[in-house]
Design a protein around this ligand. Structure first.
Ligand SMILES: Cc1cc2nc3c(=O)[nH]c(=O)nc-3n(C[C@H](O)[C@H](O)[C@H](O)COP(=O)(O)OP(=O)(O)OC[C@H]3O[C@@H](n4cnc5c(N)ncnc54)[C@H](O)[C@@H]3O)c2cc1C
Length: 401
């Protein structure tokens, strides 16, 4: 093994795509990421470049103008991009989840209408489950849709929309009582609505307000917002899949591929932290030699590299399982859990290797240190992953006494 995080068995096309993305990251992202992040500036030029490369349509089928690539190709691209700047992978991620949900669950009309626009990056997706009062407990959603003729009227407040301002299509999960009598299990009375809107802030469509950007400790550049629905009218043909009551399952399907994506981000950020750590350790001298020559630092580097390799292997395994058509919730949960925890640890070790300079905004590791914690939370916290993993283990290893 020459370098970390190599992937065996890739096709020529996959290798070509990854090479192109890696070059783009090294040339267009890494040199500007920290400066843009410190200014909390949206990376428009980078996004335009990604559009040109076709990355917004990477997994959208060719018949809709996309590249029709696998989850594995997508995840490996995300890993490369997050190595450059995690926020950029966040810009693609919610778009990818919405496109995936449309591909899997949309009506033919919805696919024909949205997917070509999404493949071109003209329509950009966000997805919205969380509310001010809930994140992990999706079944507690209070936003509501009520049928009124051929339309639904939506009311409620949503929280934490990645790309809430810059997107033009939001998949919103709400409770819909129509056809679901009182007492129906919460997850059977939820519906995903495809809400089109103008990008930007303020009232972006009658009845729909995006108040402004939430000020975050990291993961800057990409906008994260609230979303307020006050008498928002949505036509019945914008219910994802055409039938109410399926939203919970559609969203969980989307989040499952999203988890592989978050694992890939953890791998990318950890790789960058390792690169920064191993480079600094050879330049900084103490007690007459490079700190990389002190065994304690070498041990740190060894631990970091091992974590980078393990997380990458689990992420690739989870993506390949989904690509083979099999259920991958166990593998995706494990990969997301391990990659985000390891990422945090590798970043912390790289930070320690930098000594006092790691605390300076002049050094890239300072940015990574503020970015890594987001991966512990987004797409389901570590505790939620462990609940999923635990439940699946008990299914597989049911006691036969
Ligand atoms: C920057 C950012 C971007 C985001 N983007 C999006 C987005 O685009 N769309 C979207 O819908 N959401 C988004 N989220 C929301 C994110 O998915 C939630 O924050 C996350 O699911 C956790 O929910 P919560 O914050 O409400 O925490 P809570 O659910 O309140 O959890 C608080 C703590 O309790 C623990 N906990 C909760 N339940 C249990 C349990 N049963 N057993 C043990 N421990 C438990 C949790 O693990 C956590 O440690 C984003 C969040 C952030 C920070």
């Amino acid at each position: 093994m020459a370098r970390l995080a190599q992937t065996a068995g890739l096709t020529d096309v996959q290798q070509e795509i990854l090479k192109t993305v890696r070059e783009f990251v090294d040339k267009e992202i890494i040199p500007v990421a920290t400066e843009l992040e410190h200014r909390d500036e949206y990376p428009q030029q980078i996004v335009d470049g990604l559009k040109e490369l076709g990355l917004f349509g990477l997994m959208i089928p060719e018949e809709y103008g996309g590249l029709g690539e696998s989850l594995l190709t997508y995840a490996l691209c995300v890993e490369e991009i997050a190595r450059g700047w995690m926020s950029v992978s966040g810009i693609i991620n919610t778009h990818f989840i919405v496109a995936y949900m449309l591909k899997q669950h949309g009506t033919q009309e919805q696919k024909d209408y949205f997917l070509p626009r999404m493949a071109a990056g003209e329509t950009r997706g966000a997805f919205s489950m969380s509310e001010p009062g809930l994140g992990s407990d999706v079944s507690a959603i209070t936003s509501k849709a009520v049928k009124d003729g051929e339309e639904y009227v939506l009311n409620g407040q949503k929280m934490w929309l990645t790309n809430g301002g810059t997107s033009s299509l939001v998949a919103v999960l709400v409770r819909s009582d129509e056809g679901h009598p009182e007492g129906t299990a919460p997850h059977k009375s939820m519906t995903t609505f495809l809400v089109e809107k103008e990008p930007g802030f303020g009232e972006v469509r009658p009845g729909l307000t995006i108040p402004g950007k939430i000020d975050k400790m990291g993961y800057k550049g990409v906008d994260t917002t609230e979303l307020i629905m006050d008498g928002l009218r949505i036509p019945a043909n914008r219910v994802l899949g055409g039938t109410t009551g399926r939203g919970f399952y559609q969203m969980m399907d989307g989040v499952e591929v999203g988890r592989v994506n978050v694992a890939a981000r953890g791998c990318g950020v950890a790789q960058r932290a390792f690169e920064l750590g191993v480079s600094y350790a050879q330049q900084r001298h103490t007690f007459g030699k490079a700190i990389a020559e002190h065994q304690a630092i070498q041990f740190k580097l060894a631990e970091m590299a091992t974590k980078v390799e393990a997380a990458h292997a689990m992420m690739v395994n989870a993506a390949r399982k989904k690509d083979s058509g099999e259920r991958n919730d166990l593998e995706a949960g494990m990969a997301k859990y391990l990659a985000s925890e390891y990422c945090k640890e590798v970043v912390e070790d790289a930070f320690r290797i930098h000594g006092g300079y790691g605390f300076s905004k002049e050094y890239e590791i300072e940015r990574l240190y503020r970015e890594a914690p987001m991966l512990l939370i987004g797409e389901g916290t570590a505790e939620i992953q462990k609940m999923i993993i635990g439940r699946r283990l008990l299914e597989e290893y049911r006691f036969q006494g």
